[in-house]
Design a protein around this ligand. Structure first.
Ligand SMILES: C[S@@+](CC[C@H](N)C(=O)[O-])C[C@H]1O[C@@H](n2cnc3c(N)ncnc32)[C@H](O)[C@@H]1O
Length: 311
């Protein structure tokens, strides 16, 4: 059994993102349990801060006894460090003492331990081995740090979560309204094939500069109408929301055309972000698609976005 520690700001999205990639999960506050063993998939999750292997479950009363009982030599590599997540009466050094006494050649390394033990206090106490900790390298791709920044580009953490929500583990992810390439960047860096369309060639030039700057491989950028894309394995997109001078028609008409074509083009799932001032449910239904999941995402006072997972 593996245990993921989720960041707390968007737990509904965090759970759905994990479920889309890992299958059935169980969540207790910000602790997620999964039987899935695919570490590469778990590392992809935008909202998972830590990925751990569950060693044993205990409670406050039995913690010390169980720490003394566990065979720490079986997971120990060269050195160790013990960290506590959550509230416990004992501190890290006290608990590490129990581990130390059980090891044949104990060595503590707080910086780069061979073995990192995580004691996670939730409803119960979960004693774990840390497999991966997110370095949050998506922060290096925030729009103001890109060679071609753009104000409408999504936060890269959200863009990453959207790609994961589609459930794509291989194949092509298409963004029919790719703008400066925020979603495509996250797609490509996860090892998926990124394909972007935009009506505006200046936006495509910006996307190209951004994608090559972050060394995304094998991406394809096409000048074209996002409402007319051909067959696609997965579609992930943040729809234009009507403030651009490039959009001549009514925004609902554009969305409707896009969704009707999506119904024919989509092989698997689509993740589509709408502004919340349109009746997106009616438009989705009218196109013959189904909303599998939906989430609110607050951007600022006058803009909340609706994230939808469509089939
Ligand atoms: C909200 S932005 C996308 C932002 C993008 N997700 C990013 O992270 O940079 C919407 C984009 O849709 C493009 N667009 C508008 N109408 C279009 C159409 N019919 N076909 C393709 N692109 C279109 C605009 O040029 C704009 O770049």
């Amino acid at each position: 059994m593996n245990l993921l520690l989720l960041s707390k700001e968007k737990l509904d999205l965090a759970k759905a993102e994990a479920e889309a990639l890992l299958g059935k999960v169980k969540v207790e506050d910000n602790i997620l349990f999964t039987a899935n063993e695919d570490l590469n998939l778990m590392k992809r999750l935008a909202f998972a801060n830590k990925v751990c292997r569950l060693l044993f479950v205990t409670d406050k009363k039995n913690l010390e006894k169980d720490l003394q009982k566990f065979d720490w030599n079986s997971i120990y590599k060269k050195s160790f460090c013990l960290r506590i997540e959550g509230e416990l009466l004992k501190n890290e050094a006290q608990l590490a003492g129990f581990v130390w006494k059980k090891l044949k050649n104990p060595k503590v390394d707080l910086e780069k331990p061979g073995t990192r033990i995580e004691i996670i206090a939730g409803k119960k106490i979960y004693c774990c081995l840390l497999l991966h900790e997110s370095k949050k390298d998506y922060l290096l791709r925030k729009t103001h740090l890109r060679p071609m920044p753009h104000p409408t580009s999504l936060h890269p953490k959200l863009a990453k979560a959207l790609v994961n929500l589609s459930g794509a583990v291989k194949g092509e992810v298409v963004d029919p309204f790719c703008g400066s390439g925020g979603i495509l960047m996250e797609t490509g860096l996860m090892g998926l094939k990124a394909v972007g369309y935009d009506i505006d060639k200046i936006m495509l030039k910006m996307a190209d500069k951004n994608l090559s700057y972050y060394k995304v491989k094998g991406y394809k950028l096409i000048k074209g109408d996002g409402t007319k894309i051909p067959k696609a394995d997965y579609v992930v997109t943040d729809l234009p929301y009507g403030r651009s001078s490039k959009i001549s028609e009514k925004i609902e008409t554009l969305y409707s055309k896009f969704l009707k074509n999506l119904k024919k083009a989509l092989r698997n799932k689509a993740v589509v972000v709408f502004p919340d001032n349109v009746n997106y449910r009616k438009l989705v239904k009218g196109a013959g698609l189904k909303i599998e999941k939906e989430f609110n995402y607050y951007i600022h006072k006058s803009l909340t976005k609706k994230i939808t997972v469509l089939r």
